[in-house]
Design a protein around this ligand. Structure first.
Ligand SMILES: NC(=O)c1ccc[n+]([C@@H]2O[C@H](COP(=O)([O-])OP(=O)(O)OC[C@H]3O[C@@H](n4cnc5c(N)ncnc54)[C@H](O)[C@@H]3O)[C@@H](O)[C@H]2O)c1
Ligand SMILES: O=C(O)CC[C@@H](O)C(=O)O
Length: 409
């Protein structure tokens, strides 16, 4: 088992938001014993107090890692988002503080695509409203406004991992697929790219949103976009709650101009299962409301637990940052018989030569050196002879421009 300069028994992991137990199992199997798990998100002061002593943090979509919170986490070595979205983390600040952030970019794409397709079928048949009526003792045996999915047009906004997966599944059921994306994408199957969002909205029977939360997607579906949708259209949002103006959507649904919607994500979501969910969409019969569970299947969550925990452990044990969403990516081999020095610094001219100067002055022989930079931050890793590593680490920490350094035994 690999060793870290800080004894593994002293390294603290905090896993929030009911992360699947597969994560804890993997971290324990790697030799770490201090792992605290909580079933809910933490925010603000409560989160800051908890983070004072934490080295590795695991979150899902609800815990906000703002610049303020990161400043209160001086020991934080790395953070893992046990999900796809990383919009809840101030990624630039994390990078500038020398904290790599990891996620699981593919583990729940299939789960989301399956749910969206199921919702599209249910909404086209008016099942949510019929189900609600029958539960209240009503009966409405009628084919009015009930349609097959075959031959209908699905408009996908955001043709990435989930959008493409959905595209393939929808075509297998006989749907026509059109998509809008800011990037020109290779269409799968017979799908076709539409280059203006209003055009896509106007020609789709069902519109499904699969964009990340960022400046370009915030409130991208507002009154004008909803008005551009077909009469009787259906909107599905399993991306992020800030993508849709929920009040405008409520108005379109209440007026009956849009036929139905399935919404999994909301501008404000409860941080735990014990809080009340508030939304103007509550009580509308032809709206499927789900508690942000698009990616919540046992299969996806178990895989995510392993994938992200593995990335955190690998960074802790060996320094590898491959697939980090905010950090220079370095894939490192094992370092048997050597000590490994990890140095994160501001990427300004002279830092690397200062490091090499320090090593020359300390008579430290560098066996291997790896360097990557990203957006103003450099990450250099050096494997050195064990005899001289302590002196080298001490000198390295004093190099101007250093953000942080670490040694692996
Ligand atoms: N409901 C859930 O449980 C759940 C689960 C997984 C992911 N998600 C959300 O779904 C999002 C998409 O996931 P993914 O894995 O497909 O991401 P992805 O990065 O693979 O794809 C996103 C696509 O959106 C495009 N895009 C970005 N900005 C755009 C804009 N302004 N207009 C049009 N297209 C734009 C990108 O070019 C990309 O092709 C995630 O960021 C996450 O927020 C939700
Ligand atoms: O599990 C979550 O909290 C978020 C799931 C989903 O939105 C994701 O980004 O993968």
């Amino acid at each position: 088992m690999s060793k870290t300069s800080l004894d593994k028994s002293k390294i603290r992991f905090l896993l929030l938001e009911n992360i699947h137990p597969s994560a804890e199992a993997l971290i324990r199997a790697a030799g770490y014993s201090q792992i605290e798990t909580l079933p809910r998100a933490l925010q603000g002061d409560e989160l800051k107090a908890k983070l004072a002593d934490v080295h590795f943090l695991g979150i899902r979509s609800q815990t906000r890692l703002t610049a303020d919170v990161l400043a209160a986490a001086p020991k934080l070595v790395a953070a893992g988002c046990f999900c796809i979205g990383t919009n809840q983390v101030d990624l630039a600040t994390a990078r500038e503080r020398g904290v790599p952030v990891f996620n699981a970019p593919y583990s729940n794409t299939r789960s989301v695509a399956e749910l969206v397709l199921a919702e599209a079928i249910l909404l086209l048949r008016g099942i949510p409203a019929k189900n609600a009526l029958v539960h209240r003792g009503g009966w409405m045996k009628s084919a009015a406004q009930s349609h097959e999915i075959r031959g209908k047009t699905l408009g996908i906004v955001g043709y990435g991992s989930i959008g493409t997966q959905l595209s393939v599944l929808a075509e297998s059921l006989g749907m026509h697929v059109a998509f809008y994306d800011v990037v020109t994408k290779l269409p799968l199957g017979n799908a076709r790219q539409v280059y203006a969002l209003p055009d896509l909205l106007a020609q789709s029977d069902i519109v499904s949103l699969h964009v990340p939360e960022n400046e370009s997607t915030r409130w991208m579906i507002g009154p004008a976009e909803l008005a551009a949708m077909k009469d009787g259209g259906i909107l599905i949002n399993a991306s992020r709650g800030t993508v849709v103006d929920i009040n405008a959507l409520t108005a379109e649904l209440k007026s009956g101009r849009l036929w139905g919607a399935a919404i999994d994500v909301f501008p404000v979501e409860p941080g735990s299962n014990n809080e009340e969910f508030q939304s103007p969409l509550r009580g509308l019969d032809n709206v499927i409301l789900t508690p942000h569970i698009g990616g919540s299947t046992m299969e996806a969550q178990a895989n995510i637990g392993v994938e992200v925990a593995e990335k955190l452990v690998k960074y802790s044990d060996n320094g590898t940052t491959t697939s980090s969403v905010n950090f220079p990516e370095v894939a490192l081999p094992a370092h048997p018989g050597r000590h490994r020095l990890l140095h994160v610094h501001h990427n300004v001219p002279g830092v690397l030569s200062a490091i090499n100067q320090v090593f020359a002055e300390q008579h430290v022989n560098i066996a291997s050196q790896y360097l990557q930079t990203k957006d103003g931050v450099g990450y250099v890793v050096m494997d050195v002879d064990t005899a001289s590593s302590d002196a080298a680490r001490e000198a390295l920490a004093k190099v101007p421009g250093t953000i942080r350094s670490r040694m692996l035994l």
